[in-house]
Design a protein around this ligand. Structure first.
Ligand code: PMV
Length: 324
């Protein structure tokens, strides 16, 4: 029995849209910070037939729907094809998978990056133990594009050219935190798999693709120099741009709500008046991630506690997926 544990990541330069939907090959590069919590644990063993079960943080079994089971089965098939291409023996055996998520209910943190990176880590340990992490990240991407980045700790980039992720700096390089604010009034959500598929319908999408190489450069430069102001400018520019692209696509996707917009305004004025190193970013939902330095953390936590309409979760930079 193999066990792997993994955590979500938060993108600073966002991945939105694919150049190949089935293989989840991103249309552009992206860059993220891996978080140290909440974790997802995957146990895996060889079995004649594929089976999948999932348990919540409180130990209760989570009923999976047909679509979720199908997505995982497809992921395994795609990983087999990729492992064959990389020269590893193909087997007729399948696997039994048990997922244990420590993501508290209602926290609104996307778990797909943590789940699919843990599955790829465990599956490669069974089928191809010598596989390099870059190739393991390519396997994770076949389940969820952003999962490729959670294979690595610290800061990781997912390159469209190779379809693999790469570590940009490890978790010891710059100790940043993510104070996550989850507004309770969430509206109906279109998942990111569906959203990626219609990204090309947005008249703003082509312009976005042109801007990404410059933003990646600036973001990597800001990380290597620990230049927070530069990181803030480029990551907020990119997050707002992704949401503009989403709103302009057909059908229009507006993931942000009134609470999101209010929090962004309050954070902008707080950081100006108190000179705080904090930046905001949002993925496919109204949840606001407040990424901050050690120096700003206690003030940002105090601000978060005043947000009675939100569930708050504090995490720090983490070390990526691993076998346990
Ligand atoms: O990995 P997916 O298919 O859930 O896509 C993630 C998309 C965003 O979270 C919106 C951006 C990102 O880079 O994580």
């Amino acid at each position: 029995m193999i066990k792997a544990v993994s955590t979500p990541n938060i993108a600073l330069i966002k991945y939105w849209g694919n150049r190949d939907e089935r293989l989840r090959l991103p249309a552009a590069d992206s860059l993220s910070m891996t978080l140290d919590a909440p974790s997802v644990e995957v146990s895996m063993e060889e079995a004649g037939l594929f089976s999948l079960s999932s348990f919540e943080a409180d130990g209760s079994e989570k009923k999976l729907n047909a679509e979720q089971i199908e997505r995982c089965a497809t992921h395994l098939k795609l990983m087999d094809i990729e492992l064959g291409r990389l020269g590893h023996a193909v087997t007729r055996n399948s696997v039994k998978i048990v997922i244990r998520s420590h993501i508290p209910a209602g926290i609104g943190l996307a778990s797909s990056a943590a789940v699919f990176s843990a599955i790829a880590k465990a599956y490669s340990a069974i089928r191809a133990p010598s596989l390099a992490d870059a190739d393991v990240s390519g396997l994770a991407r076949l389940g969820s594009g952003s999962a490729a980045r959670s294979i690595f700790g610290g800061f990781a980039a997912l390159w469209t050219k190779t379809g693999n992720a790469e570590q940009i700096a490890d978790e010891k390089h710059w100790r940043l935190h993510d104070v996550v604010l989850v507004p309770s009034a969430t509206h109906k959500k279109v998942g990111s798999t569906e959203g990626h598929a219609s990204a090309h319908t947005s008249p703003l999408f082509e312009d976005r693709l042109k801007e990404i190489p410059r933003r990646m450069e600036e973001c990597m430069n800001a990380i290597s120099r620990k230049d927070f102001e530069k990181l803030q400018r480029v990551s907020e520019e990119d997050a707002l741009d992704m949401h503009a692209v989403m709103r302009a696509q057909t059908p229009s996707l507006d993931y942000l709500n009134d609470d999101t917009h209010r929090i962004l305004k309050e954070i902008e004025s707080l950081r100006t008046s108190e000179h705080l190193e904090v930046l905001y970013t949002m993925d496919a939902g109204p949840t606001v991630h407040l990424i901050c330095t050690d120096a700003a953390l206690s003030r940002i936590k105090a601000y978060a506690e005043t947000q009675k309409a939100c569930t708050v979760f504090t995490t720090s930079i983490g070390n990526g997926s691993r076998l346990i």
